[in-house]
Design a binder for this molecule. Sequence first.
Ligand code: NAD
Length: 495
Amino acid sequence: MISQNAIDALRKTEIGERGLFIDGVQAAATSGATLAVISPIDGRAFASIADGNAADIDRAVRSARKAFEKGLWSRAAPAFRKKVLTKFAELIEKHVDELAVLGVRDNGTEIGMAYKAEPLSAAGTIRYYAEAIDKVYGEIAPTADNVLGLIHREPLGVVGVIVPWNFPLMIGAWKIAPALATGNSVVVKPPEIASLTLLRLAELASEAGLPEGVFNVVTGHGAVAGEALGLHMDVDAIAFTGSGPVGRRLLEYSARSNLKRVFLELGGKSPNIVFADAPDLKQAAVVSANGIFRNSGQVCVAGSRLLVQSSVYDLFMDELVSATTRLKVGDPLDLASDIGAVSSAEQLDKNLGFVAMAQAEGARLVAGGERILTETGGSYMAPTIFENVTQEMQLAREEVFGPVLGVMRFETEEEAVHLANSTVYGLASAVWTANLSTAHRMVRAINAGVVHVNTYGGADITVPLGGVKQSGSGRDKSLHALEKFVDLKTAWIAL
Ligand code: NAD
């Protein structure tokens, strides 16, 4: 883990103006326009990035296509790709402190979480796909004797990667690493409010030996650069994580352009269900508080709907409120802070809007509900709990993506399942019970990509992540993710 001294030395580093990364070098935006980078720690600008537009996306896609056709990467032996990607992972590990602090200055995640979840996780993901890629075989089909049916896996070509600001490196790596490992070129559009670490990642990729044009980054507005990537006629697939409305647009862009594949990882309203026979209610309360409030609730799988069985409701709520008030909100670059800043002033306003709406709808505020640490100039919010939430309220239906928890009671298992599934989302969930049969029944009954049992939020690169219903399609992570970035080609050979 990083030391406070190392953090303090890095937090003042001059960043200056950062360009796009196209064809292996930094480049200004065609228009010359830039965007200020505001830190949510203190509300101050500390760098600027290029404001890329459709012309810049076109430059990056051309460079990616040229590299793909040249074949230095796309047709390289998997063992070569493995070597370069392994070096890439090592370079990220070498720069882990720098990347972690840079990312926190950009998006405000508490350093304890960011350090592991961002650069270290990205390095681990890249290493995982590097190690996997020379172990993936083609297939021979079980045909009749007089033919040979071969199934080849071929890279798609140019993959567009669009990611959100909560964990740009980790989520970026979930897409970039399997896309590169399978031989594709990528054009990455980082989130406008947290682009710096992905730009640095591109430099490290180049230093590791990735050929020019294989890894490009175009910063800028989603509605301009992101849209241009989604509409580009020479992009073969878009791998996206972000909100539902933007996911819908990407499907439209695909329909209006070249029918490119679109893989969507979207939002959630994940139920966290506590049965009266949970093995340890106190521990369940602590983990549940962390499961919604870490990174100021800006976690796609956050357990934002808590369902508690009536017979232990009062006891559990006491433990939950006590665990929540113990969480220290503060400077995300202070190792003593449990929760850092909300990513931007706009996001903080959105969160406070949800608080006002929940109160107007009749939910009862039992903790937080306000902006705090205003004297810092940054965007901080107290972890917020509402009870008496009903299924009709917006707080039960819409994703806040902030530190706001809605609590409901239930009596029976059937009622818990009904409430859990009464949402358009299906990303994550959890069940707390000592009864093995209850746990297995709930795993089957809940419509979600993951059901945690007696924990919340754990995972690693070996298991897939993604949602059902309006939480998306396709899966990040695990060997399954490789399939998104290859085409199956059949050779049918008469013998
Ligand atoms: P967002 O959808 O606003 O933005 C995501 C990305 O899309 C950004 O890079 C943005 O610039 C780009 N974008 C915006 N408009 C675009 C357009 N018209 N065309 C193309 N690209 C465009 O989401 P956000 O606010 O950055 O992130 C929060 C959302 O992400 C939440 O809904 C959250 O649940 C979701 N999320 C999901 C997962 C998951 O794995 N399922 C993980 C993290 C976050």
